[in-house]
Design a binder for this molecule. Structure first.
Ligand code: SF4
Ligand code: SF4
Length: 376
């Protein structure tokens, strides 16, 4: 039975270090030996300060590193960011300063190797550094995600695909959330983190995972030997069903979802956590799915007062659905696959999703039918 350890903590709390040491010792710390090559995988989405709650907090990364160094492990901290230089991420997030004097490597994933992650994806390019490590420690941030509802332990492993290849996979699976969830689960299976420590001390609610979200203090730290168990436990904490998170549902269909979970510590019940608006892209028979995607799913829109036409969104958009039109952005909603990467990478929080009028009417009809007890 997988174990999930829950602690109430803060970044400035002297107890953070002792909480992390306790969790790591209890969840397989004895397997870390002198010389063990440990790859630590935080969430380094893009340059941001710790207060913005977009990235794993440096205090968490530091405490994990200190535990590993105490065991005389060889520690490398790596990720592949969506946008922005790795060095700027380390500086803006304070990781470089926090780790000063510690004998750890800090390096961006650069080299890809082909790995067979199973049908239907086959051989895909993943970071060589992950596959060459003796163990991987996964350090996700608790954030909402406009495409996948939440980004937690399983989704954090997607960062093990190097650079722009992530956008390519969004493109190949983006029209189908279920297919993307399956890709995430299968990548997670290959990364196979031996330990996941979730930074939910200051989480991100609303239209995450980028600056469209709002930081919210939850004061929660969770650790488990199973990222899937962490993800299911976070859902319970936030008052939603574990299978509302598509990666959990897909993992259950694949026979990977753990059964009962042994939760140690008091799991708080977080009230009114703001989830992003997420709509399915694939309901209806195949011939109407294109219509559904174009007209009934939430579409990205820009707030012109915040947009500085920096170009990050159109550079990253895997479908090439955004262009500069004078002083504005123009979206091609026929091309747009609703992956919401643009929202994720916008440094100004200028993008959000909105429902079109047909989508609003359609949702109202569905809700009315639901509330009248008839099948939708
Ligand atoms: S919406 Fe954001 S990412 Fe896109 S051009 Fe404007 S500021 Fe840059
Ligand atoms: S416009 Fe935004 S949501 Fe649409 S495909 Fe491009 S990045 Fe994805």
């Amino acid at each position: 039975m997988p174990r999930v350890i829950v602690k109430r903590s803060s970044y400035h709390d002297d107890k953070l270090r002792s909480h992390i040491f306790e969790m790591m010792a209890s969840l397989g710390g004895e397997n870390i030996k002198a010389g063990t090559r440990v790859l630590v995988k935080p969430n380094f989405l893009s340059p941001a300060s710790p207060d913005e709650a977009l990235l794993t907090h440096p205090a968490v990364i530091k405490a994990v590193s200190e535990y590993l160094l105490q065991k005389r492990a060889r520690v490398t901290i790596s990720d592949s960011s969506a946008l922005g230089s790795f060095e700027k991420i380390l500086k803006d997030n304070g990781v470089r300063d926090a780790l000063a004097g510690l004998d750890v490597g800090l390096a961006e994933f650069r080299t890809s190797v082909k790995v067979d992650i199973g049908d239907p994806f086959g051989r895909i390019d993943m970071a060589e550094e992950v596959l060459g490590a003796d163990m991987v420690i996964n350090l996700p941030k608790l954030k909402t995600h406009s495409q996948m509802l939440l980004t937690l332990g399983v989704k954090n492993c997607f960062g093990c695909i190097v650079g722009f290849r992530k956008a390519e996979w969004h493109m190949r699976t983006g029209v189908n959330h279920e297919m993307f969830a399956r890709l995430l689960v299968q990548i997670h299976q290959v990364v196979n983190p031996c330990l996941t420590i979730l930074d939910g001390i200051i989480a991100l609610e609303g239209q995450g995972p980028g600056r469209g979200g709002i930081p919210r203090h939850l004061g929660v730290l969770m650790a488990s030997d199973s990222a899937l168990a962490i993800d299911a436990t976070v859902c319970r904490m936030l008052g939603i069903e574990p299978e509302d998170l598509l990666t959990n549902r897909v993992a259950r269909q694949m026979g990977l979802m753990p059964g009962p979970i042994d939760v140690e510590g008091v799991l708080p019940r977080i009230e009114n956590f703001k989830m992003p608006g997420v709509t399915s892209l694939v309901y209806g028979p195949k011939p109407v799915q294109g219509f559904v995607r174009r007209h009934l799913t939430r579409r990205p829109v820009a707030d012109e007062s915040l947009c500085e036409l920096c170009g990050d969104c159109w550079t990253f958009c895997p479908a090439r659905a955004i262009e500069e039109a004078g002083t504005k952005l123009r979206f091609d909603y026929d091309k747009c696959i609703r992956c919401y990467c643009c929202i994720e990478v916008c440094p100004k929080g200028a993008l959000r999703t909105t429902e079109s009028l047909p989508a609003k009417l359609f949702r109202k009809v569905i809700q009315k039918r639901d509330s009248s007890g008839r099948p939708a």
